[in-house]
Design a protein around this ligand. Structure first.
Ligand code: A3P
Length: 287
């Protein structure tokens, strides 16, 4: 591990040192994973915060108390971040965590455990747009520069947690059988209620139709945007500057169409297709 200005370089991946430390990454490596642990895995800006809202609700039968009283980072902590040890100590079973780590950097004991994973992907063009605005507001990250400059950084993997294609490939090839459920951000936008049924079935939680309706209603974008426990407005402005952009910004699929020029779209698609060569990354690039 090396340190590089605002980032720690961990196995070649940039992690912001505002919330990652050598100790926290070591803690993640050595975490004793329980068989009933649940991990939500995402590449940054793919719907992590959304899952930090959904998961506790599914696990507690739709009781809204925790999502209205506990900030998302303490509700479903980040595996690799500095607060994790503190939070996990107080969690009851089953523990739920989120992570941006690629498959091979998961805790050593994860591989022999029965812990389950929900892997959320998002159209990388929308990931790029969301990340661009996030870099503008997050003072602990480098300024993104122009959209064109940031697009190049993204394509070459000089962004937090590296290349999108490497992340997706690592989890797609993870060989976890029925321990992993793949879902896309776009499916969640289209039919959250339907996706919630898949989650509850995958996690072995039977929920009434009424509870599922309540969760879907609570987790819609407009509701989450005003939930101070989820919209990051509790974070001081010098860390996350909401006057530059909101963390919960637009919450739609296809915003890339408002940002990409035809040339940028052609370049992005060509580079990602090249990086995905030989792999079966199923994505509707034009969605
Ligand atoms: P946008 O910037 O496109 O709006 P992450 O939590 O992984 O950092 O991802 C953040 C993205 O997820 C942001 O995308 C955010 O608005 C979106 N998001 C969060 N909650 C959402 C919800 N309930 N519905 C739709 N999108 C949501």
């Amino acid at each position: 591990m090396t340190s590089n200005g605002k980032y720690i370089v961990y196995h070649g991946l940039l992690c912001p040192n505002k919330c990652h430390s050598y100790e926290s990454l070591k803690y993640a490596e050595e975490l004793k994973v329980n068989d009933d642990d649940i991990f939500v895995v995402t590449y940054p800006k793919s719907g992590t915060t959304w899952m930090q809202e959904i998961l506790p609700l599914i696990l507690n039968g739709g009781d809204l108390t925790p999502v209205k009283t506990i900030p998302n980072w303490d509700r479903v902590p980040w595996l690799e971040e500095t607060r994790t040890a503190l939070v996990l100590d107080h969690q009851t079973s089953p523990r739920a965590m989120v992570t941006h780590l690629p498959y091979h950097l998961m805790p050593h004991s994860f591989f022999s455990s029965k812990a389950k994973v929900i892997y959320v992907t998002r159209n990388p063009k929308d990931v790029l747009v969301s990340s661009f605005y996030f870099h503008k507001m997050a003072n602990f990250l480098d300024d993104p520069g122009t959209f064109d400059e940031f697009l190049d950084k993204f394509l070459s993997g000089q962004v937090i947690f590296g290349k999108w294609t490497d992340h997706v490939k690592s989890w797609q090839n993870s060989d976890l059988g029925d321990r992993i459920l793949y879902v896309s951000y776009e499916e969640m936008v289209k039919d959250l209620r339907g996706v919630l049924e898949h989650f509850s079935c995958f996690l072995g939680r039977e929920l009434s139709q009424e509870a599922l309706d309540r969760i879907a209603k609570h987790c819609c974008f407009s509701n989450m945007k005003t939930n101070v426990m989820s919209n990051y407005s509790l974070v001081p402005q010098e860390i996350l500057d909401n006057s530059k952009s909101s963390f919960l910004r637009k919450g739609i699929a296809g915003d890339w169409k408002n940002h990409f020029s035809p040339e940028q779209n052609a370049k992005f698609t060509a580079v990602l297709k090249e990086q995905s060569k030989g792999e079966d990354i199923k994505y509707n690039w034009d969605e």
